[in-house]
Design a protein around this ligand. Structure first.
Ligand code: SAH
Ligand code: F3S
Length: 464
């Protein structure tokens, strides 16, 4: 059978989509190639969130074309995902050797399209259509974890799209409007994963706090079903109803989710951390800026004070709460004072870690047309300055773990050194330790003997 190599750019949602595509191909009998050099089909699952992510994928495709044109002209080349969605046919106009361009609502069609291309039934495929119900098509899992057939953690896509329209963000255009899967559908997938040995599930969506909220207005069949599975007189939001349902699955040890939005972060979600022991004390909550003026220009829908209030509530529930965030520096018109507010927010919150992004102008977004786009050098300088602050705090917080006993879920061989194992604490810090294969999948206590800037080193033998 032909073999496929899939390379993924961007976020965890993209990783998840790629896994589902790979699983669909495997189910059809395709092999997964260990490298592009020996594959019959090479697919790039793309990201559009910043320009450099697009440039990387384009550069990679040019490189593949150069590599294959002479020696192996029959190799099928394709773009999937966000950049495929936003650029469509334009990608084939630009790179005529590309055979396939499939957008974000058509991942489940990829395997059939590849059959057609390989069999010569089609010459080129461009499919960036909107498809009702496509949110429920990302279901299949490969479950080949670090140790063979023993995946301990899994990601489950609960919704697609985003309606928030932050002024800098291309996601609402590449991923479409918010569409949520039903609770029974999601729970069935989670149950199946747990039956296959998964211990930790991360629920995924672009804005999970909006899960199930946009149902009344649109009324498709799937949404009608969704509505019928939600509590008609809810005391909790649909997302918290989903957390409750997933929490009830026997054998599941840990639940995480990403990403919530501060705007939809209600008291019921804070309270879920109190009620639900499997919901580990870890929160990724994108803040983007510490300046109210910039937050407003970004159309974020909350203030600095409101964000700080959520953090206070989360830490009141559990002072051990691991908190990470996303921050953009260099948004159009960001002044020195605005930036100083972001730095001061980072110091005030003391994030366990943060992704710091340089603002990137995205086509068709309102921010791209705003006056006062900042020069690259200024953005670079602010990026370096904020990153230094974030890293200093992260290292200090890691250091504070030395000597403590922390609970980890062992995931498999360490990515840095495969002779060792690694797991993650409930607060989402990576711990590397000496162990044996039988530890994989176990929840265990380890004593932290050393803290490097981004990794903790533990010893399970010296618990006292
Ligand atoms: N809600 C999604 C956001 C997807 S984009 C999630 O949290 O997963 C991921 C991050 O990329 C955003 O939180 C933001 O910090 C950053 N980002 C989005 N658009 C950007 C842009 N135009 N320039 C720089 N960073 C951007
Ligand atoms: Fe993008 Fe804002 Fe949605 S960052 S994904 S538009 S919440």
């Amino acid at each position: 059978m032909p073999s496929v190599f899939l390379k993924t750019y961007g976020c965890q949602m993209n990783e998840r989509d790629s896994e589902a595509v790979a699983a669909q191909l495997v189910a059809k009998g395709y092999a997964l190639a260990p490298s592009e050099a020996v594959a019959d089909v090479v697919l790039l699952n793309t990201c559009s969130v910043r320009d450099n992510a697009e440039q990387k994928a384009l550069g990679k495709m040019e490189n593949l074309i150069g590599q294959f044109r002479k020696q192996r002209p029959g190799v099928v080349l394709g773009f999937l995902g966000c950049m495929a969605q936003s650029r469509g046919r334009e990608l084939i106009d630009q790179l005529p050797d590309v055979d396939l361009v499939v957008g974000t609502q058509k991942f489940h069609r990829v395997a059939d399209y590849i059959d057609d291309l390989l069999a010569g039934r089609r010459d080129k495929v461009v499919d960036t259509e909107v498809e009702q119900g496509s949110e429920a098509t990302i279901k299949e899992h490969l479950l080949t974890g670090a140790a063979k057939d023993k995946a301990v953690t899994a990601f489950v896509s609960i919704m697609q799209g985003c309606n928030q329209y932050c002024t800098f963000c291309i996601v609402p255009y590449t991923r479409g409007l918010e569409r949520s899967r039903t609770i029974p559908d999601i729970v069935a997938e989670c149950r199946e994963l747990v039956a296959r040995g998964v211990k930790e599930i991360t629920l995924l969506g672009q804005i999970v706090t909006s899960y199930g909220r946009r149902v009344e207005s649109r009324g498709s069949k799937v949404e009608g079903q969704l509505l019928s599975t939600l509590d008609p007189r809810p005391s909790t939001s649909p997302f918290v109803q989903l957390l409750d349902a997933v929490h009830a699955i026997d054998g599941l040890e840990r639940i995480r989710f990403t990403s919530p939005h501060p705007k939809g972060y209600g008291p019921d979600l804070v309270e879920a951390y109190v009620r639900l022991p499997k919901l580990v004390e870890s929160a990724h909550l994108p803040v983007q800026s510490g300046s109210d003026r910039v937050l407003k220009l970004m159309h974020r829908g909350y203030t600095r004070a409101r964000f700080l209030e959520i953090i206070r509530q989360l830490r009141a529930v559990n002072p051990e709460m691991g908190i990470t965030t996303d921050i953009i520096v260099g948004f159009p018109g960001e002044t020195d004072e605005d930036f100083a507010e972001t730095v001061s927010l980072a110091r005030e919150v003391e994030f366990d870690n943060a992704f710091v992004f340089k603002y990137s102008q995205r086509r068709d977004t309102p921010a791209a047309a705003m006056p006062n786009q900042l020069p690259e050098e200024l953005i670079e300088a602010r990026h370096a300055q904020l990153l230094a602050v974030i890293n200093e705090i992260a290292e200090r917080k890691n250091k504070a773990c030395e000597g403590r006993v922390l609970q980890i879920l062992v995931e498999g061989p360490s990515r840095k050194n495969s002779a060792r194992l690694e797991g993650r604490t409930r607060a989402n810090k990576i711990v590397v330790f000496e162990g044996s294969e039988r530890h994989i999948g176990q929840v265990m206590d380890v004593k932290i003997v050393h803290a490097a800037p981004f990794t903790l080193y533990g010893d399970p033998a010296i618990l006292n």
